[in-house]
Design a protein around this ligand. Structure first.
Ligand SMILES: Cc1cc2nc3c(=O)[nH]c(=O)nc-3n(C[C@H](O)[C@H](O)[C@H](O)COP(=O)(O)OP(=O)(O)OC[C@H]3O[C@@H](n4cnc5c(N)ncnc54)[C@H](O)[C@@H]3O)c2cc1C
Length: 395
């Protein structure tokens, strides 16, 4: 490629978000050069993920128009039981399926093939080590040879510890990140219901069981940085008497949690997906919002290269997404800053106003703003939680 003739976009990270973004960029502008650098030897290998995504949220993305869910969906779920720290629960049984459980390994490989099919170049076994204004240095992990490469636009899709984000001079706080540990276990499970457990031993987050079928489920815990997630898992299993017969595999990973910031662009660099903390703070789910961020990034980059519009238009395009992420963050702060006795009391109060029945009809996993307005129409909410308006109005 001769510099100045073709534009070169480099994406760091061949996770689902980097792959989808690369696909969109190349498909909508075949003359540009789109190249991904990924340190792993392939996409979709031993991913640590519950794979739970909202159906409506996924259907909001353009991707839902080109993929057949049958190729990667391994369970459909409409029910969730949320346990308080001690003895109460909310039981939400929606009449229709609300969520997919997806096979992440398959999903990522499908996206890899989609990106390749339009001409995206994927360089596996290549770790990006240094980033400058218009070029970066990577190491080929097979040969240990280091090389430099030029870019017109650099996209950070390199997950929670993003090197692209670190190369951009803005303030972010990753002290609220969750360290998650999860096993795939055999046993006897309710195949149609997700189970969520609030309170100890999972500080500032929760523990979960996501069924794949009646004999297989993902069992996991979130812990704050500094806790040992495996120890948190053992305490969870014994406290809640969770039964399974065999651990098939185990994994751990970081769920990036942060209050949304104002700027996701610096000059010719842009961040998307987990590297931009586009994860719902209430659930740790990052796939649906990550996919949406690709669509906005694609538009901003296209307009930047073709019409010389500012790349920072991305900040405007993602504003709807940021509004929802901010609400998730506030809900997380409100709920997870409570002590276990306060959480117990909170669940009892929610039960007393039939919140589970309300969520069955109006709940939305991705877009809390859609049901919050309706929830605030319930006068009992203000009697039980007089602090609620003040809390959600605060920035
Ligand atoms: C235990 C756990 C459970 C989860 N459960 C759910 C769930 O149920 N539903 C949901 O929606 N989300 C869930 N998530 C979150 C979800 O996994 C992420 O939001 C999603 O993987 C984000 O995709 P991404 O492409 O942005 O980042 P990643 O999937 O992290 O991909 C980033 C890629 O960049 C590569 N990379 C990083 N640094 C470099 C470098 N310097 N050079 C080259 N390559 C690099 C990495 O190897 C990786 O392949 C869960 C996360 C965890 C940890």
């Amino acid at each position: 490629m001769i510099r100045g003739i073709e534009k070169r976009i480099i994406i760091v990270g061949a996770g689902p978000i980097g792959l989808y973004c690369a696909y969109l960029l190349k498909k909508n502008n075949p003359s540009i050069y789109v190249s991904i650098f990924e340190k792993n030897s392939d996409s979709g290998e031993n991913i640590s993920c519950g794979g739970l995504i909202s159906k409506d949220g996924f259907n909001n993305s353009f991707l839902s128009k080109i993929l057949d869910p049958k190729d990667f969906v391994i369970n459909n779920l409409g029910a969730v039981k949320i346990y308080s720290p001690y003895k109460f629960f909310l039981d939400i049984n929606s009449k229709k399926d609300m969520a997919y459980v997806i096979d992440r390994d398959k999903f990522d490989k499908i996206l890899r093939d989609l990106a390749k099919s339009v001409g995206v170049e994927i360089n596996y076994n290549c770790i990006v080590e240094k980033i400058y204004s218009n070029n970066l240095e990577y190491k080929d992990l097979k040969t240990s040879i280091k090389k430099e490469i030029y870019f017109d636009v650099l996209v950070g899709a390199d997950g929670p510890n993003s090197i692209v984000r670190k190369s951009i001079p803005f303030n972010y706080d990753n002290s609220e990140n969750i360290h998650a540990y999860q096993v795939l276990a055999e046993g006897n499970f309710n195949s149609k219901k997700v189970f969520i457990y609030l309170g100890a031993p999972s500080k500032s987050f929760f523990s979960w069981i996501i069924p794949i079928n009646k004999n297989l489920a993902k069992i996991g815990v979130g812990s704050i940085l500094g806790q040992n997630p495996k120890e948190v898992f053992s305490s969870f299993i014994s406290k809640r008497n969770i039964l399974f017969t065999k651990i098939v595999s185990e994994s751990s990973g970081i769920i990036p949690i942060s209050k949304p910031f104002k700027n996701y662009v610096f000059k010719n660099k842009i961040i998307i997906g987990d590297s931009a903390f586009f994860v719902k703070a209430t659930t740790g789910g990052g796939i649906n919002f990550g996919l949406l961020s690709c669509e906005y990034a694609q538009k901003a980059i296209y307009d930047f290269l073709k019409y010389k519009k500012p790349l920072s238009n991305y900040n405007i395009l993602i504003s709807k997404l940021l509004k929802e992420l901010k609400l998730h963050y506030k809900i997380k702060k409100y709920i997870f800053s409570k002590t276990d006795p306060e959480l117990e009391d909170f669940i009892i109060k929610l039960k007393s106003i039939d919140l589970d029945k309300f969520l069955e009809k109006k709940g939305n996993m991705d877009y809390p703003s859609l049901f919050f307005t309706k929830l605030f129409l319930k006068p009992k909410i203000f009697k039980l939680f007089p602090e609620i308006i003040k809390f959600f109005k605060s920035s």
